[in-house]
Design a protein around this ligand. Structure first.
Ligand code: ARG
Length: 461
């Protein structure tokens, strides 16, 4: 006889297709440890309310310990008749402590407040693991930055050569985005740290239970203020799906650059063999699959967010079974990132940069034109005029097929009288980079400071 959490008013059991549709143990079984932790806390407040004797509490807790151990070793598993993780664990408890005592634990709680609480607990733990994985990537990028303090590359806008920058500055830009992702998880956690346990099905409990005590035992900052909200809101889930999608999106931008930098045309990087794949037909191939999977999975995580929001849209208060659809997209986003994050850290940490090629390309495409204009501004020329003059230098150099630094004294003077040979002091990549020394700029000292701050932020988490 399967354990049913309801049935008193039913003359028959569910139809086969009904039961198949209802089933969720194949994805919600990961909530089992949290369900049992909730049951322990609930047993204690039942005891506190005088609804379990001391001896009953002891037997209950012993039964739950045994159940937890059997779940952990896999000795206890859900069977097809268990609708969800909560039903399965109810059966497991009844098998261990008997129907009489086991049946008492259901008082004053509902799967609605249980699942809302356990989902929050699972996600709070999961996002801590995700954050650790993100920090490893930040570490890997920051280590590359520190290993290449002088390497330069053509910084780009519109994917066109724009101005030369330090490679370290470029890599640290990705660190900044990833550290904001980490902060976002922290902010989210502070809002999610409230327990719905004790909300019952929707209206709260009449049995003199103590939701705050349960919340404290389960590691929350407090209990939710509204039982209707506690059982039916899933903005914490949608928000985490966003945070996870945003993280994946940021990773896709790093990934896209790895893919481009790895082409023969760019030739900036070589992938370590351990983090690349070959082709089944073309023997020469070495493909950036880690980066491509990162790029691909970002679409999947965006889909998870979109799907979840669509499920939540327009649901009336309070709990509706639609809400069972909340978990798979978020679980999937976390699982994908748990696969992706270590691989990204490994790939990025082992990249070899062809710094010579990057240095060669850094001034190409007249990336120092802005430096001529700004040098003229420092000589008192209006920027509007300086911009024109620098543009003309580009035109002259382009016609003659030379770089800006190769323009003759006469060519410079004919473009603008203020363009003396001294302008050549900014017509080097290193001179240009060193001149951008305000806070946040690409000058070596500023970038070194930035890298140290990133190190500190990682250490503080
Ligand atoms: N398994 C459900 C969920 O994930 C919880 C059960 C609530 N079921 C119900 N009929 N009230 O949301």
């Amino acid at each position: 006889e399967p354990t049913k959490l309801w049935g008193g008013r039913f003359a028959s059991g569910p139809a086969e297709a009904m039961a198949a549709l209802s089933l969720s143990t194949h994805f919600d079984w990961c909530l089992a440890p949290y369900d049992i932790a909730g049951s322990r806390a609930h047993a204690r407040v039942l005891h506190g309310a005088g609804l379990l004797t001391e001896t009953e509490l002891e037997h209950m807790l012993a039964g739950l310990d045994e159940l937890a151990a059997d779940v952990e070793t896999g000795r206890f598993r859900p069977v097809v008749d268990d609708e969800d993780v909560h039903t399965a664990l109810e059966r497991g408890l009844l098998e261990r402590v008997g129907q009489e005592l086991g049946g008492k634990l259901r008082a004053g709680r509902s799967r609605n407040d249980q699942v809302a609480t356990q989902f929050r607990m699972w996600l709070r733990d999961a996002t801590r693991r995700v954050v650790a994985g993100v920090l490893d990537i930040v570490d890997a990028l920051n280590a590359q930055a520190q290993a290449h303090p002088e390497a330069v590359l053509p910084g780009r806008t519109h994917l066109q050569h724009a101005q030369p920058v330090l490679l370290a500055h470029h890599l640290l830009a990705h660190c900044q985005a990833l550290l904001r992702d980490v902060q976002r998880f922290r902010d989210w956690d502070a809002r999610t740290a409230f327990s719905p346990y004790g909300s019952g099905a929707l209206a709260g409990s009449s049995l003199g239970l103590d939701p705050q005590a349960v919340a404290a035992e389960l590691g929350f900052d407090g209990a939710v203020d509204n039982s209707i909200d506690g059982t039916s809101s899933r903005d914490f889930a949608a928000e985490s799906a966003f945070d996870l999608a945003m993280l994946a999106m940021n990773l896709s931008r790093v990934a896209e650059e790895v893919i481009i930098w790895n082409t023969a045309e760019f030739g900036y990087i070589t992938l370590d063999d351990a983090w690349a794949t070959g082709s089944s037909i073309m023997p020469q191939k070495k493909n950036p699959d880690v980066a491509e999977l990162a790029r691909g999975k970002s679409g999947r995580l965006l889909g998870n967010l979109t799907g979840l929001l669509t499920t939540l849209k327009a649901q009336p208060l309070a709990y509706n079974r639609d809400l069972q659809e909340d978990k798979e997209p978020v679980f999937d986003s976390v699982q994908q990132l748990e696969l992706l994050l270590p691989a990204m850290a490994g790939m990025l940490g082992t990249l070899t940069f062809d710094t010579e090629r990057m240095a060669q390309l850094a001034p190409a495409g007249f990336t120092l034109a802005t430096d001529i204009a700004e040098w003229l501004v420092r000589q008192g020329v209006a920027f509007r005029v300086a911009h024109e003059a620098s543009g003309e230098c580009v035109r002259v150099a382009e016609v003659r097929g030379v770089g800006l630094e190769e323009l003759t004294d006469e060519e410079l003077a004919s473009v603008h009288p203020a363009l003396t040979p001294q302008v050549r002091e900014v017509l080097t990549v290193s001179g240009s980079i060193a001149s951008r020394d305000a806070h946040g700029g690409t000058a070596p000292d500023r970038v070194a400071e930035q890298s140290r701050r990133v190190t500190t932020m990682v250490a503080e988490h």
